[in-house]
Write a protein that binds this ligand. Structure first.
Ligand SMILES: *Cc1c(COP(=O)(O)O)cnc(C)c1O
Length: 400
């Protein structure tokens, strides 16, 4: 990594200061999914195979995901059309329904909250910890009622929540745990990959996630017998998979045995997912290095709070700083935008959305504080030093 003295002050570092928008080619986006030749080759190979629905690549993607995560046979993985659908299947699988409560963060993406409500159950918001920005076990404890069915946790930005603490509470009260691990594919916890242990775990392979199948997700269950159930639930409740039926020449020969959904993952997105999974080590290594570089560059800035992680075990999905004084956040984001550095906010606290104004909740002081401070900085699988330098310069010039 270059030292500060190597930063080339190009005209790009001052673009926009005359009030105009930065030229499009110099804009550093928040996300930049890798779409190199491997991805195109995978897509056209799968197109040539002719399976547009679920097909051979779906099974292969599932097998490769299971191998990558080191899943034992007792933990089946099924690919799904998204993480949202994986989460919905998880809540269906545990039998969540009207009248049930699911304890969850307000500091999350709305997907998990909508997935809870798809079953008729209600989200109950709990507060987060300032370190991990994941659910605070003490807040969970206070939210438990006789109606509590499950706890949904989020591993924010790829950084695990207090998994030990959460499972401890769950065990004491006989509750299921659903891990929304949309941010944490590739992260390990005490040496073990997220997904390889615990209860139900859902991943996302959406457009901007750490690997993408364009749209896609996966659900892991802790029970071998759930594989068949989940395979049925993800495809309209039908009993055997399409490939097997076509192979037998009897496409119509199936039974419908349960409520199901149209949540399967097609062969072409699966092939794209395989091509991305083949590159994940370099994606993670780079994102980790960039995140550590940001941490070093921003560690001493007054008024800025950096992530608490050293990233040793984390596969970073986003890099999120906090502006200590919330009233300065907009000026900070504008300052970066003028330099062509695009930022984002993960997340607005969900309990302020119209849909959730009446949802039950614990006191949420940390959620409210953190949600008013967070700013996501550009983090890609491949970033040139000049790009990193521009982000660092943009951030440091605001706070120094
Ligand atoms: C992206 C995301 C999801 C939803 O993933 P999809 O695959 O787009 O359905 C769920 N939870 C969190 C925290 C996310 O960031």
């Amino acid at each position: 990594m270059k030292g500060r003295e190597d930063i080339v002050v190009s005209t790009q570092t001052t673009i926009g200061t005359d009030g105009g928008e930065p030229p499009i080619e110099s804009i550093i986006p928040l996300y930049k999914p890798y779409l190199g030749p491997e991805v195109h080759q995978a897509a056209s190979a799968a197109l040539n195979d002719g399976w547009l629905a679920m097909g051979p690549w779906t099974k292969r993607f599932e097998d490769e995901l299971a191998t990558y995560l080191g899943l034992p046979p007792s933990r089946p993985l099924v690919a799904t059309s998204s993480c949202t659908s994986a989460l919905h299947l998880a809540f269906e699988l545990i039998g969540a329904g009207p009248g049930d409560e699911v304890i969850c963060p307000s500091f999350t993406y709305v997907a998990g909250l909508q997935a809870i409500a798809m079953t008729g159950a209600n989200p109950v918001f709990c507060d987060i910890e300032e370190t991990t920005l994941g659910l605070d076990p003490a807040s969970i404890r206070r939210a438990i009622t006789p109606r509590t069915k499950a706890i949904m946790v989020v591993h924010f930005a790829g950084i695990p929540c207090d998994i030990r603490g959460v499972y401890q509470v769950a065990q004491e009260h006989g509750l299921r745990v659903i891990e929304d691990a949309a941010h944490a594919f590739g992260t390990t916890y005490e040496g073990r990959p997220i997904g390889s242990f615990g209860d139900l775990v859902a991943f996302s392979f959406g457009p901007v996630k750490i690997i993408t199948s364009l749209e896609g997700g996966a659900l892991i269950s802790p029970n071998a017998a759930d594989r068949e159930v989940l395979q049925q639930m993800r495809l309209l409740g039908v009993t055997s998979d399409t490939a097997a039926r076509y192979a037998a020449g009897r496409a119509w020969d199936y039974d419908v045995v349960r409520q199901g959904f149209r949540y399967h993952l097609g062969s072409i997105p699966s092939a794209i997912g395989c091509s991305q999974l083949a590159m994940i080590d370099s994606f993670i290594e780079n994102r980790r290095r960039y995140s550590q570089h940001y941490n070093e560059a921003f560690g001493d800035l007054p008024g800025l709070i950096i992530p608490s992680s050293d990233y040793a075990e984390v596969a970073p999905y986003i890099y999120v700083v906090r502006v200590a004084e919330p009233s300065r956040r907009k000026a900070f984001m504008d300052h970066l935008k003028q330099r062509g550095v695009i930022t984002g906010i993960h997340f607005t606290a969900a309990h302020h959305y119209t849909r959730y104004l009446d949802s039950p909740r614990q006191p949420l002081p940390t959620t409210d504080l953190v949600a008013s401070q967070v700013v996501s900085l550009p983090l890609h699988a491949f970033m040139d030093e000049s790009v990193l330098d521009r982000v660092v310069e943009g951030v440091t010039s605001f706070f120094r």
